[in-house]
Design a binder for this molecule. Structure first.
Ligand code: NAD
Length: 272
């Protein structure tokens, strides 16, 4: 490992994403895992990461001590839960520690804490760290603007049965992109339909969440007029795609001034 390896702490380390991030880090010669944090009492506490995540080279032990696990870090990568992320953001604020936040479903208070940290340290927050999805966000805005309001916009997402928030942060971000392109507010969003809902108004953006099986993450934006339908589809094949994007974001964020960034910034996509 080189002297200049980026020192990373993973939060939510025992979870599906946390373990995947640690696997990606173990293959990245320019980074070093220095801390692995998860909730008190979670399976694997006190065990070395090699046993937990199949990362044989790491002797780091899974811990519930937020201060000990962040002490040596230059950046944290967080895929945990909104409550845990809020606490982490406070600790990062005290340390002015750069952060890559992947946890979705943050409430208003969580977003306020994100803003507070971003005032003193660089932070990347993205509902989806896939590079393909980031390009889809860009294309969704562009297509919505080019086709205009005569095309109905509907978003459908599907995730595995364990996902706890709905709709996905990615579906919401897609809806925000369409709304921005059409100069609509979030009141245009309609989350599923049931009963006598009447004909569809043109300024509506439909968002539907499906749950089942082991689906890693599928998102479709449909733009439909009476004669044609344009569909933008993204399917994540495995969690490695999010983990690789988050590790790329970690390398990028430590070179940036304080501020709140997303994957558009990491990929260098210009905003319209
Ligand atoms: P998971 O349930 O498998 O893992 C979450 C982990 O967080 C668990 O191990 C849990 O014990 C841990 N945790 C809970 N409270 C904690 C605390 N106080 N301190 C430390 N750890 C704590 O979930 P997952 O599938 O890995 O997803 C985690 C989050 O990441 C979710 O919000 C999910 O929506 C989001 N996610 C984001 C992206 C993205 O690209 N942005 C991709 C996939 C998942």
């Amino acid at each position: 490992m080189s002297q200049a390896a980026l020192r990373v702490t993973v939060v939510g380390a025992a979870g599906r994403m946390g373990r995947t991030v640690m696997q990606v880090l173990s293959e990245d010669t320019s980074s070093e895992l220095v801390g692995a944090l998860d909730a008190p009492g979670c399976p694997g506490q006190g065990k070395v990461i090699g046993v937990l995540a199949g990362v044989e080279t790491s002797s780091v032990v899974l811990s519930d001590d937020i201060h000990a696990t962040t002490k040596r870090a230059q950046v944290v990568i967080d895929f945990s839960s909104p409550g845990s992320t809020a606490k982490l953001l406070d600790v990062c604020l005290g340390l002015k520690l750069p952060a890559v936040i992947g946890t979705t479903g943050l409430d208003t208070e969580g977003k306020t804490r994100l803003g507070r940290l971003a005032a003193v340290a660089p932070v990347v927050h993205a509902p989806n760290f896939s590079q393909g999805v980031t390009v889809m966000f860009y294309l969704a805005e562009l297509a919505s603007r080019l086709l205009g309001e005569s095309y109905d916009a509907e978003i459908v997402e599907m995730h595995h049965r364990h996902k706890v928030d709905a709709p996905s942060g990615t579906a919401l971000r897609l809806a925000e992109g369409v709304a921005k392109a059409r100069r609509l507010g979030s009141k245009a969003f309609t989350f599923g339909r049931d009963g006598q809902v009447g004909a569809r108004p043109s300024d509506q953006i439909g968002v539907l969440a499906l749950r089942g099986g082991g689906v890693v993450g599928d998102h479709t934006l449909i733009l439909a007029d009476p004669s044609e339908r344009l569909e933008l589809v993204h399917r994540a094949q495995d969690r490695g795609v999010f983990a690789r994007g988050a590790v790329r974001a970690a390398h990028w964020v430590v070179t940036q001034p304080a501020g709140l960034y997303d994957m558009f910034d990491v990929l260098g996509i210009e905003r319209s």
